[in-house]
Structure formats: structure tokens, C-alpha cells
Ligand binder design. Structure first.
Ligand SMILES: *[C@@H]1O[C@H](CO)[C@@H](O)[C@H](O)[C@H]1NC(C)=O
Ligand SMILES: *[C@@H]1O[C@H](CO)[C@@H](O)[C@H](O)[C@H]1NC(C)=O
Ligand SMILES: *[C@@H]1O[C@H](CO)[C@@H](O)[C@H](O)[C@H]1NC(C)=O
Ligand SMILES: *[C@@H]1O[C@H](CO)[C@@H](O)[C@H](O)[C@H]1NC(C)=O
Length: 257
């Protein structure tokens, strides 16, 4: 089964500290769009999160209140499926006339995805969850290109794989980009994120190591307090390792740990 999720996210053209963030998520199952604003907690409007100690860093929705009513949909995603998140400048989706669609090109930085197991994917309380990273795209030092540059080149789309061997059940998928254009001091880095409500089917029984939000990020992290206006030989994406990669060779054999 071909399956993808598209998240449509709005970011203001402005490079000031106050970018607009809006999000919607669309699911395509066998090419069929499951619906705009379906299965994701969508902020109506406001700037990025800049405080790494704030609960807003978990799934947004605090200083950027959610669009009401919050979708109660839970998106079915087979373990091992390919998921595509799609970012755009406005809720209307792609706009070829907008130079800042999908995102202003100044907003360079990494793109990251995490999962957290939950008892109920529509539960409102998201504190205390245990997150594991399943995807990251940071800096390519050879040409100084960032995950956000590739996101723009792909017309807003970011594709990653849901691990094959994690337990089935309900999860929150936290998809994020960090804009580093003003990150040479802290606070400065801009965190944009949204959480999708998913139900993973199939899977196995592997329990990945986890991190907490807030907690996973520190204002002093080399990937958060950084001057990107220089040639960088490396970049450390914040928030632990991508769990998936550690067992890639087992996954390739189709063996669930
Ligand atoms: C899941 O959480 C939502 C939001 O709090 C609640 O409305 C719903 O009843 C819960 N579902 C279950 C099965 O507990
Ligand atoms: C939210 O869940 C956490 C972890 O289970 C718990 O410690 C906290 O008290 C809950 N908060 C609310 C408002 O229910
Ligand atoms: C999740 O998927 C399982 C397996 O198909 C199903 O039994 C369960 O009802 C689903 N739960 C939700 C909340 O969609
Ligand atoms: C690059 O690597 C060096 C040496 O490991 C480390 O000290 C530095 O923090 C890294 N820089 C970034 C931006 O991650």
C-alpha cells in the first residue's frame, strides 16, 4: 500500500522573529486524500516557538492556539509505510506566485520527525510523553545545504519511513523544522512543529530509547545556538539520535527485534 501524509504549514515571508505558523495535514492512502485539516493539531496563527523549556515545544497549541474544533481523526499508518509531510506558506497549499512558499528561503535549518506512543491519539494532555526520533535532515557540509533547502526544492515535501518494528497502536507524530537564521544567540532559533494523530498497524515489539519534550533541547546545544553565516564543517541536529538508523540492517532483513 502506498501511503503518505502531507502537512501543509504556513510560515510568514518575514525573516523577523514573528513568522506565521499554520498547519494542516493531509493523508493520501493509495493516492486518495483523506482530507484537509484531518488528524492534526493545527495552530490558527502565531509565531514560532523559541523557548526550549516551554510545553508549547511539544505539539504547539499554547501561545499559538489551535484551530477549533481540533480534528478527532486518527490516521491509519502501516508500520514501515512511507509518510510525506508537506509544508506550505499558507493553509491554501502550494502558491507558485508566492516567493515564500513553501517557506522563506532564509529559514535554513534541520527537519526532524519524532513519534510518541499514546493511549489515545486525540488525548489533549501531551506532557510526559516519551519521544523517539525517526528522521532528521540537517546540514550537508559538502555544499552547505540544509534540510529546509531540500524541503523547498521538493516543493514543501519531506518523506520519511515509519519504523517497521515498533509496537502497533496509537502515536503522535511530531514533525518539526528549526529555522536558524537568527540563532547566533539564544533565544533565536525558531521551532515550528505540529503533531499528527496516527494509529500504527502491523509492527513488532521493539522499544526505542526515548527523550522528553521539553528537555530534549537545550538553549546551549550546538545545533540550536549557532551562527549559520559561516562555512560549517558539521552540524549536530538536536534531540538524540535517529533510532531507525541504528537497526537499519535488521529492518532490511525484515526482522523485527
Ligand atoms: C480520547 O481523548 C479525547 C480527547 O480528550 C476524548 O474525547 C476521547 O473520549 C478519548 N477516547 C478514548 C477512547 O478514551
Ligand atoms: C498529563 O500527563 C502527565 C503524564 O501522565 C501527568 O503527569 C499530568 O498530571 C497530566 N496533566 C494533566 C493536566 O492531566
Ligand atoms: C488501530 O488499528 C487497529 C488495527 O487495525 C484497530 O483494531 C484499532 O481499532 C485502531 N484504532 C484506532 C483508534 O483507529
Ligand atoms: C561540530 O563538531 C565539533 C567537534 O565534534 C563540535 O564541538 C561542534 O559542536 C560541532 N558543531 C555543530 C554545529 O554541531
Amino acid at each position: 500500500m502506498k501511503l503518505s501524509i502531507a502537512a501543509v504549514v504556513a510560515l510568514a515571508a518575514s525573516v523577523s522573529a514573528h513568522s506565521i505558523f499554520q498547519a494542516s495535514l493531509e493523508l493520501y492512502v493509495n493516492g486518495v486524500d483523506q482530507g484537509h485539516l484531518t488528524g492534526i493539531r493545527v495552530p490558527d496563527y502565531d509565531g514560532p516557538i523559541t523557548d526550549v523549556t516551554s510545553n508549547d515545544l511539544i505539539c504547539n497549541g499554547g501561545i499559538n492556539p489551535y484551530h477549533q474544533p481540533i480534528s478527532q481523526a486518527i490516521i491509519t499508518v502501516p508500520a514501515g509505510a512511507s509518510v510525506t509531510a508537506e509544508w506550505h506558506h499558507t493553509l491554501n497549499g502550494a502558491d507558485p506566485t508566492d516567493p515564500a512558499d513553501p517557506i522563506d528561503k532564509s529559514h535554513k535549518g534541520p527537519v526532524i520527525s519524532y513519534l510518541a506512543k499514546v493511549t489515545n491519539a486525540t488525548q489533549t494532555n501531551v506532557t510526559g510523553l516519551k519521544w523517539f526520533k525517526i528522521y532528521q535532515d540537517g546540514l550537508n557540509p559538502s555544499d552547505q545545504s540544509w534540510g529546509v533547502d531540500r524541503l523547498i526544492a521538493n516543493k514543501g515535501k519531506v518523506t520519511f519511513t515509519i519504523p517497521k518494528c515498533i509496537p502497533p497502536g496509537q502515536y503522535l507524530l511530531r514533525h518539526e523544522l528549526i529555522a536558524l537564521h537568527a540563532a547566533s544567540s539564544y533565544p533565536g532559533a525558531q521551532f515550528y512543529m505540529e503533531c499528527a494523530q496516527i494509529n500504527i498497524t502491523g509492527g513488532g515489539s521493539t522499544s526505542p530509547a526515548t527523550v522528553s519534550f521539553p528537555g530534549a533541547y537545550q538553549g546551549t546545544d550546538p545545533g540550536i545556538k549557532i551562527n549559520i553565516y559561516q562555512t560549517l564543517s558539521n552540524y549536530t541536529v538536536p534531540g538524540a539520535h535517529v533510532w531507525y538508523r541504528l537497526i537499519l540492517f535488521w529492518l532490511a532483513d525484515g526482522i523485527c527485534l
